[in-house]
Design a protein around this ligand. Structure first.
Ligand SMILES: *[C@@H]1O[C@H](CO)[C@@H](O)[C@H](O)[C@H]1NC(C)=O
Ligand SMILES: *[C@@H]1O[C@H](CO)[C@@H](O)[C@H](O)[C@H]1NC(C)=O
Ligand SMILES: *[C@@H]1O[C@H](CO)[C@@H](O)[C@H](O)[C@H]1NC(C)=O
Length: 438
């Protein structure tokens, strides 16, 4: 199959609307995009939802007068499916990533016939950077970030590593034992990957923030940038520098106390990054997005209350996430956005942030107008939570149809079909069982 990035007609449109850099002029007026994705952040895990936590910087950003706080924002149930939906603009069941995550050392990747957002952004003359987690395949050079549209990558390829030692100590299914090894790499282009052994002992949240800032220090500002800052936090293992303990003394549960510290570390890092953008004169022209890849895991300190379920389930608690978009220059009207948003929508929406006139891309719709002005140009009424052998779910308005299993290991509900009505009010989300058949 012939490999294409943005369809030709879109590029034509670009020229038509005079957005492209046709006359060799610099295009600094295009907004930069800083897309921050937390890992496994519980729906309840911000201090405006649970006041024993401490996230002052995220709170200030989320409730800023130039922030759209998206109260019905959905993702997939797990890391690889969500990230593949974000990058491709297609639901995971279309791409082959619906079944679960790519495991450590698994020979898997997202098919290269699907262009990534980074490739399309590069085609629109953006500099493209990825710092932090990848988890979209690394068994072949073709799957590596700098072969998928990123100019630069620094971070880890697999599902998880130690926060301080950056070692991927993961159970290998075939070898039936834990395999150790550094998972911290830098790519400067064309999939040329170099391990970085020099950061042993440096906490990954701080490390990735520092790298993001140094990347922006070196950014040539004649071009706009798209930076995907993909934090390891707050995914297990539960590890945080002791200096964060003091912010979490009100948390009773021991695991949640450490998790709280990890969250505060990320919050402070994001605060530091925003200060950096201001000092570097980049803040004004940057659109900042914050979201997570899936719900949290209660065994590792997270909470998705009041939603049911958690990471790796297609309940609301696994798939609904805290998301906001902040930009004094571009988000004209702040406040909540209650319309449905799904992670597949980012691709079209971010292309639209660059100035591209686009209604949809892949399975996603362009929601930029709605985010910016609170007046929707396009509306989402339905989405697919997932379609997989294990279990599937779709949403139409307030109704959610689940076929098969919702939970991770459970197999007894394989043939069960259930219909729920979901309240879209943020504080009142309850699943009401309407119909039950077996
Ligand atoms: C790295 O840190 C993790 C988490 O503390 C630990 O489980 C693992 O054994 C460490 N790996 C190495 C190679 O030291
Ligand atoms: C930045 O990019 C412009 C346009 O490509 C180029 O002319 C200039 O030399 C670059 N500046 C630096 C410092 O690399
Ligand atoms: C599910 O349905 C299939 C096809 O109707 C049937 O063969 C299978 O036994 C059922 N499984 C369970 C666990 O009920």
């Amino acid at each position: 199959m012939k490999r294409t990035t943005l369809p030709f007609f879109l590029l034509l449109l670009l020229h038509y609307y005079g957005i492209a850099d046709v006359d060799g002029q610099t295009a600094t007026q295009k907004p930069n995009v800083l897309f921050i994705m937390a890992d496994d952040l519980g729906f309840n895990d911000l201090d405006w939802k649970d006041s024993t936590l401490h996230t002052p910087n995220l709170r200030n950003l989320a409730f800023h007068k130039n922030t759209a706080l998206m109260t019905n924002s959905y993702v997939n149930q797990l890391c690889t499916p969500t990230r593949s939906a974000f990058m491709t603009g297609y639901y995971p069941f279309r791409v082959g990533t619906q079944a679960g995550v790519f495991l450590h050392m698994e020979p898997a990747g997202v098919p290269t016939m699907f262009p990534f957002l980074s490739e399309n952004m590069r085609q629109l003359d953006y500099s493209t950077y990825l710092v932090g987690k990848w988890h979209l395949g690394y068994c072949k050079k073709e799957f590596l970030p700098t072969n998928r549209g990123f100019d630069y990558f620094y971070g880890f390829y697999g599902p998880q590593t130690g926060y301080f030692n950056h070692s991927a100590d993961q159970y290998h299914r075939e070898l039936k034992r834990v395999v150790k090894g550094l998972d911290l790499f830098e790519e400067v282009g064309n999939g040329k990957s170099v391990p970085d052994f020099s950061q042993n002992g440096v906490y990954s949240t701080d490390l990735f923030t520092d790298v993001a800032m140094s990347v922006l220090d070196n950014h040539n500002s004649t071009k706009p940038f798209f930076m995907f800052l993909s934090y390891q936090a707050v995914h297990p293992p539960l590890q945080v520098p002791r200096s964060y303990d003091k912010y979490c003394t009100r948390v009773k549960n021991r695991y949640r106390r450490i998790y709280c510290g990890m969250l505060t570390a990320m919050d402070f890092a994001i605060g530091r990054l925003v200060e950096y953008l201001k000092a570097a004169n980049l803040y004004e022209n940057t659109v900042i997005v914050f979201t997570s890849d899936n719900g949290g895991t209660s065994n590792f300190g997270a909470s998705n209350a009041p939603l049911r379920g958690e990471k790796d389930t297609i309940w609301e608690g696994g798939t609904k996430t805290t998301t906001f978009v902040h930009s004094p220059m571009y988000v004209e009207e702040g406040g909540t956005r209650e319309m449905m948003f799904h992670v597949v929508d980012w691709h079209a929406t971010i292309l639209s942030i660059t100035g591209l006139e686009i209604d949809s891309y892949g399975d996603g719709i362009n929601q930029w107008e709605y985010i910016r002005t609170n007046r929707p140009k396009f509306r989402r009424f339905q989405f697919v939570y997932n379609i997989a052998d294990h279990g599937s779910a779709i949403r139409d308005g307030d109704y959610k149809l689940i076929v098969g299993n919702v939970d991770r290991k459970m197999s007894k509900d394989k043939n069960r079909t259930r219909l729920f009505r979901i309240s879209s009010k943020i504080s009142l989300t309850i699943d009401v069982l309407l119909k039950f058949q077996n």
